[in-house]
Design a binder for this molecule. Structure first.
Ligand code: GLU
Length: 409
């Protein structure tokens, strides 16, 4: 299923409850601007390859547009458009003064050398530098990009516009990055999982968790949850899934991954398939990899009673209907993984003040922001008798609508 279809489905559920006019629906679902650019680069062997890059600027009613840049072989306009809309709702749910945008390049970065990657990144910025900026649209890392990519981007942008660290977030700490930005999304997933668990009156030690994906988000979510004594029975990455019914020693798994590239050869668990991981009889399932992993073909196999959407868009619209019938509680992406963009906001604030916050301050402010957001979504869900995703969308849509109306459309 197309990614934007899922966004329309979720938006529609909340819009119906809010009795939103069809004019407002059309306005809010139509991105402000969509950019598609050609990125030709010379490969190390002297050949020429042409890639496609995208930036979709969805909405700026609440502030400069904000969102990551993804390097992945499935990136296309539909996906980026969907992800840009999710950013608008995400920044609104956590109430940071940004709108939403997203971009990326259709490329498998693991096939490129570091030099090719850098050339590609600089060429991409050459193509989009006029439409981004600290007051208009601020990119950040996403799948396939990291703090080093952000450092190249900032450097390339500054060749045109001069010193301007606030144009990009997720930079290395040595390059005006924020302490704790790297861990922020995963840490946020952990904080919010804990909040949900308390509302369900469950205890971490007695709660089993399966995490799909062990990249930046899955890694840090696992670390935080393990430290809080959750019983993580399964993890996975590109090399496969790993299961141990008595709980995986996550400290060992983290160490293993830091020493090599992935979990391949990890001996602390039995190897299972990714599909088996999604169908495990656990309390909490955390999809932390790509979008659309839970779909009409496997949603009825899900046995977890809670799903925490650490990835963007892991549950498609067909699956949503099935999960709802099964009464599975879903903590939606626009809240569950909002820790990353929240710390991006702190980074942007620091850049504009030329002042660096200590890690404790970042962590405390992150927890405060996410707690506030969780409370308002939880309360809306109770008052409106709806699921958490619909409640999160309702909170977000109301805020965006308010800002757009106040400015006079
Ligand atoms: N790519 C991340 C997300 O999907 C972070 C975006 C940002 O920090 O702007 O939320």
């Amino acid at each position: 299923m197309k990614a934007f279809k899922a966004v329309e489905h979720y938006f529609g559920k909340a819009a119906d409850k809010l009795d939103l006019s069809s004019e407002m629906r059309q306005l809010m679902l139509t991105p402000k601007r969509e950019i598609k650019v050609q990125i030709p680069i010379e490969m190390d062997d002297g050949t020429l390859r042409t890639f496609l890059g995208y930036r979709v600027q969805h909405d700026n009613s609440r502030g400069p547009m904000k969102g990551g840049l993804r390097y992945h072989h499935e990136v296309d306009l539909d996906e980026v458009r969907a992800l840009s809309a999710l950013m608008t709702w995400k920044t609104a749910v956590v109430d940071i003064p940004f709108g939403g945008a997203k971009g990326g390049i259709n490329v498998d970065p693991s096939e490129l050398s570091r030099k090719e990657n850098q050339r590609l990144t600089r060429k991409f910025i050459d193509q989009i530098h006029e439409v981004i900026g600290p007051d208009t649209d601020i990119p950040a890392p996403d799948m396939g990009t990291n703090s080093e990519t952000m450092a190249w981007m900032r450097n390339q942008y500054e060749k045109y516009h001069g010193f301007n660290p606030a144009v990009i977030t997720g930079k290395p700490v040595e390059h005006y990055g924020a302490k704790g930005r790297e861990e922020a999304t995963g840490r946020g997933v952990g904080i919010l999982t804990f909040k949900l668990l308390s509302r369900m009156q469950l205890k971490p030690k007695k709660t089993t968790v399966a995490i799909q994906g062990f990249g930046n988000v899955g890694f840090h979510a696992a670390k935080w949850l393990y430290e809080c004594e959750f019983n993580i029975v399964a993890i996975s990455d590109i090399s496969g899934a790993y299961y141990c019914k008595d709980g995986i020693n996550i400290a060992e798994a983290l160490k293993y991954v830091l020493e090599g590239n992935n979990l391949d050869g990890f001996t602390g668990a039995t190897k299972i398939t990714n599909e088996e991981l999604l169908a495990l009889d656990v309390d909490i399932l955390i999809p932390a990899a790509i979008g659309g992993v839970i779909h009409s073909g496997n949603a009825s196999d899900v046995k977890a009673s809670m799903i925490i959407e650490a990835a963007n868009g892991p549950v498609d619209a067909d699956a949503d209907i099935i999960l709802e019938k099964k009464e599975i509680v879903v903590l939606p992406d626009i809240l569950a993984n909002a820790g990353g963009v929240t710390v991006s906001y702190f980074e942007w604030v620091q850049n504009r003040q030329f002042y660096q916050w200590e890690l404790d301050r970042i962590r405390q402010n992150l927890e405060a922001k996410l707690s506030q957001a969780f409370e308002s979504v939880w309360q809306t869900s109770n008052e409106q008798h709806c699921d958490l995703r619909t409640a999160a969308y309702m909170v977000a849509i109301e805020r965006v609508k308010q800002a757009a109306s106040l400015a006079g459309i």
